[in-house]
Design a protein around this ligand. Structure first.
Ligand SMILES: Cc1cc2nc3c(=O)[nH]c(=O)nc-3n(C[C@H](O)[C@H](O)[C@H](O)COP(=O)(O)OP(=O)(O)OC[C@H]3O[C@@H](n4cnc5c(N)ncnc54)[C@H](O)[C@@H]3O)c2cc1C
Length: 592
């Protein structure tokens, strides 16, 4: 099947995509499945048995498990072959991240090392720096950390006070400052540290060896969850950093920091899927064993509803995650064919999909919080007991909404980045929005009608939702212009709508592709049926909230249009959810 031209970030709002344009997890090849199996086997053989000891904050144990995973080659999946890694595709990296994501705080330590701990040097280092560091980070000989946050600089990361002064002879910088909340601080050998050189207004990045004189690591923080992951403050007292350890150019630090955060967000989107699938498997096993009122609790409709909804949201998140992963792979290929070096091609391709990265981060972290919470509920009192894995899963899930940029920051990013990219003329978002608003009383609105087939109906609703997003973007930007940035509540409404459109469209394309491949999408039609129905109701509410908040002279027309655009045929959601739950109960494990 011929693939259409690659989408620009956020362009999904104004362009139609065909099922053959996207990658779906049902298309993993043998090698990808083998890598996932290797990751899973490693967790089963080496990690899960130590979880309680890790939770006690045993830094040495965590360090030794990380080293073992390195010896097995797991740390080299994203690293190019010339630096000792395996140079796997982005889809494969994401599948590995998903699999490791089921391993609680080990996953956080592992991902921090392989992602933010290794990739700044891999993507932005020069040849000598890559040889010296990346080759050892790829095998676990060195362990890495990423030091951006400071006591006074969290979300506003560029406001840090850490400072680097060049020595008179130019041989080194003298680094002073304090970093906070640093993952792997307790044992990392190598740190990427962000600091301002002299009186610069923007950050630069440095590779700092922890063994350098003047680097002081604080004790681990007492945290709510991910207790096995070492998180500490780091102090730099007149630390001599060789000039050769400046990463990238002077003043390039903020760009490096942001690029790495885009990558971290996308990978977090994969991690949470692994964690959600494990929580679902634990939940269905418990629900099938636990009896009350003379029957297994899995037989109760209320429990089936929970189990089904956990599956639906996980499956939806997974659809979007691998869709964008393949888009990134394709863009890397395009950049490379244009002469770009592989490391740079990868990080540029990830940065290109900044809107989608933020969507995966926000949607995925909130999906996991929902799943983890329902997992506890299904376990009843036992869910509150530290004896059960779901208790740990609940505590560990919460961090995902905070790090890699809080969900508040990422929600704003979704709208802001889509609008900025469109303004730069990358695609006709505003033109389409103007056109629609101009024809508000006569625009084409999809209405369910027989004999439309299942997929025509679903894609008709998704087209309607895109129109709602465009109408709101138009109304909000016309009303507030540059002051829109101060209207975060409205931006949040629009952001939630954009996110749901991307997730729903990805799910619809996946289910249609499954049908094209297998001839019948079966239970996946139920997943899509429920999801689209729910999404339309949610979008209607968010859109109405935004319109009443904007309250300008065109509100009346907008209210009518949104009402018409969010009109759906009814769905027997009870029966659909029961079928989904019954499959889960029969499989007794997540197998969708
Ligand atoms: C366990 C853990 C591990 C971490 N690991 C690392 C690491 O390895 N390396 C590293 O550098 N950092 C790390 N962090 C730091 C993390 O990235 C920050 O905590 C995060 O970016 C938020 O910064 P903050 O905690 O200062 O919160 P703040 O920025 O003070 O935010 C507080 C609240 O205000 C909101 N807020 C802030 N600004 C805005 C705005 N403009 N609009 C709307 N709302 C806003 C936030 O969303 C949040 O709800 C880690 C944190 C934790 C807890």
């Amino acid at each position: 099947m011929e693939k259409s031209e690659l989408l620009k970030s956020g362009e999904f709002l104004v362009r139609e995509v065909k099922p053959e344009d996207i990658f779906i997890p049902e298309e993993y090849d043998e090698e990808q499945l083998m890598i996932a199996r290797t990751c899973r086997d490693f967790l089963e053989a080496e990690v899960y048995q130590h979880m309680e000891q890790l939770e006690k904050g045993d830094r040495e144990l965590m360090k030794s498990l990380l080293k073992k995973s390195g010896e097995l080659g797991l740390m080299g999946i994203a690293v190019s072959e010339e630096y000792g890694g395996f140079g796997q595709s982005f889809v494969t990296q994401m599948l590995a991240a998903e699999t490791i994501g089921a391993a609680y705080s080990f996953s956080v330590a592992f991902m921090a090392h392989c992602g933010i701990g290794t990739l700044p040097i891999m993507y932005f280092g020069n040849e000598e720096q890559r040889e010296r560091y990346v080759t050892k980070l790829a095998t676990g000989e060195l362990l890495g950390a990423y030091c951006l946050t400071e006591p006074g600089a969290g979300s506003d990361a560029n406001s840090g006070k850490s400072n680097a002064l060049p020595s008179e002879d130019g041989s080194h910088y003298v680094l002073n400052g304090q970093k906070m909340w640093i993952t792997n601080a307790g044992f990392a050998d190598t740190q990427t540290v962000f600091a301002k050189i002299e009186n610069d207004r923007v950050l630069s990045a440095f590779i700092v060896d922890t063994a350098s004189e003047g680097v002081v690591i604080g004790p681990d923080e007492h945290k709510m969850g991910i207790k096995g992951s070492s998180t500490a403050q780091i102090y730099y007292n007149d630390v001599k950093v060789p000039s050769a350890n400046l990463l990238g150019k002077r003043g390039e630090g903020f760009r490096i920091a942001l690029s790495i955060l885009h990558m971290g967000r996308i990978k977090l989107g994969a991690n949470v899927i692994g964690a959600a699938k494990r929580a679902i498997t634990n939940s269905v096993k418990y629900a099938s064993e636990r009896k009350q009122f003379g029957t297994q609790i899995a037989n109760f409709g209320a429990i089936k509803h929970k189990l089904a909804e956990m599956v639906i949201r996980t499956f939806a998140a997974e659809s979007a995650t691998y869709r964008v992963s393949r888009d990134i792979d394709d863009l890397v290929g395009q950049y490379k064919s244009e002469g770009c070096e592989k490391g740079r091609a990868t990080i540029d391709a990830i940065a290109h999909y900044a809107v989608e990265a933020a969507i995966l981060k926000v949607y995925g972290s909130e999906m996991l919080d929902f799943v983890a919470d329902e997992a506890v509920q299904i376990h009843g009192g036992m869910g509150y007991s530290a004896e059960m894995e779901v208790e740990r899963g609940y505590r560990d899930s919460r961090i995902n909404r905070i790090f890699e940029g809080t969900n508040e920051i990422n929600r704003i990013l979704v709208v802001d980045t889509a609008m900025k990219r469109a303004m730069k003329g990358k695609y006709g978002l505003f033109e389409e929005a103007e056109k629609l608003a101009g024809a508000i009383g006569s625009m084409e609105i999809y209405k369910a009608k027989k004999p439309d087939d299942f997929f025509t109906e679903k894609s008709g609703y998704i087209k309607n939702l895109k129109k709602i997003a465009l109408l709101l973007l138009n109304a909000a930007s016309n009303t507030y212009d540059r002051k829109l940035v101060h209207e975060q509540e409205i931006l949040n409404n629009i952001s939630d709508i954009i996110m749901e459109i991307y997730i729903t469209e990805s799910l619809a394309l996946r289910v249609k592709k499954i049908e094209l491949i297998k001839g019948d999408a079966g239970i996946y039609r139920d997943i899509l049926d429920v999801y689209v129905y729910d999404t339309v109701q949610k979008v209607r509410k968010w859109a109405m909230d935004a319109i009443h908040s904007i309250d300008n002279e065109s509100s009346e027309g907008l209210i009518k249009a949104v009402g018409d655009l969010s009109d759906t045929a009814g769905v027997n959601v009870k029966a659909a959810r029961r079928r989904i739950a019954d499959k889960l109960i029969e499989d007794n494990t997540y197998k969708f």
